[in-house]
Design a protein around this ligand. Structure first.
Ligand SMILES: C[S@@+](CC[C@H](N)C(=O)[O-])C[C@H]1O[C@@H](n2cnc3c(N)ncnc32)[C@H](O)[C@@H]1O
Length: 271
């Protein structure tokens, strides 16, 4: 689908009733939900990376984990419980999760026939779903905090508050996987994963709607923000994309080193 048309459609979905329409389209037209087995396996891999990061830097297994931006089927929280985390606080700024999607993910990720018919069942299972909720310093302390493909959706000024909050509540480590790419490239193969670097803030604002908002921060910006929030970086890595030969980067991005600017995903572990 032409990415500009998709951006326009997302703008229409910002209107009242748009969130429900978005979910309907994702479920019945693009069929993104319920998730495929292979995707759920990858998300179990993300949960495993969180517990591995914790073991490597803090030692042992975290008793409590806070995940921000938990999404629709809570696959990572389910994976964390499967891996032995005692309690997972799954928070999100929008109440996206659906019990039937959680059940679908659980049927694949948990072998023991756990049933989630009511939200209380989830709580009893050890997942405290808090949405809508903005994680702040007032939240309860946890051993570990994490996110997967969330931080790129947080506006910069909110990100400062979020990281400050995570610093205050995290006693062990915080670990994050971030997608730095132009998300419209997922459904429009004619553009590169770095296409959005062609646009000034004013021009990009036309395409950057509520549901598909991305902050376009680069890996070095995140490292700086984590440090400014009081974290020490324990591990960081990024994966370079392939910029097309004709990519004309706008002024805003010209001061970045190519290895930073062209990163399409990254990982940050801090404590
Ligand atoms: C791409 S989804 C990822 C969901 C889940 N982490 C996963 O991997 O399946 C992005 C998530 O970020 C959340 N999100 C968007 N803006 C946010 C913000 N300002 N603060 C925290 N989470 C946010 C969305 O509500 C959504 O759950």
């Amino acid at each position: 689908m032409n990415w500009r048309f998709k951006a326009l459609a997302f703008r229409a979905l910002d209107l009242p009733g748009g969130a429900q329409a978005h979910y309907f389209l994702q479920r019945h037209v693009t069929k993104n939900w319920p998730r495929r087995a292979s995707t759920l396996d990858s998300l179990l891999g993300i949960a495993r990376r969180v517990t591995d990061d914790f073991a490597r830097h803090a030692g042992g297994s975290p008793a409590t984990v806070l995940e921000v931006g938990a999404g629709r089927d809570l696959a990572v929280p389910l994976g964390l419980r499967r891996l032995g985390v005692g309690k997972v606080i799954a928070s999100d700024v929008i109440r996206l999760a659906k019990l039937d999607l959680i059940q679908h993910a659980a049927d694949h990720l948990l072998a023991d026939g756990v049933k989630f018919q009511h939200w209380d069942d989830l709580e009893r299972f050890g997942i405290d779903y808090r949405a809508p909720h903005y994680a702040t310093a007032n939240d309860e302390k946890v051993d570990c905090s994490c996110s997967n493909e969330v931080l790129e959706h947080v506006p910069p000024e909110q990100l400062v508050e979020l990281l400050t909050g995570l610093r205050a509540v995290t006693s062990g480590i915080t670990t994050h996987s971030i997608d730095y790419s132009d998300h419209y490239a997922r459904s429009d193969r004619r553009i590169s994963r770095l296409n959005f670097l062609r646009y000034s803030d004013a021009d990009w604002a036309k395409y950057n709607s509520g549901m598909q908002y991305v902050n376009r921060l680069r890996h070095s910006d995140y490292l700086r923000l984590f440090k400014e929030a009081g974290f020490k970086i324990l591990e960081e890595s990024s994966v370079l994309g392939d910029p097309p030969a004709d990519l004309a980067v706008v002024e805003k991005f010209r001061s970045y080193a190519p290895s930073d600017l062209y990163a399409v995903k990254g990982r940050i572990v801090a404590g």
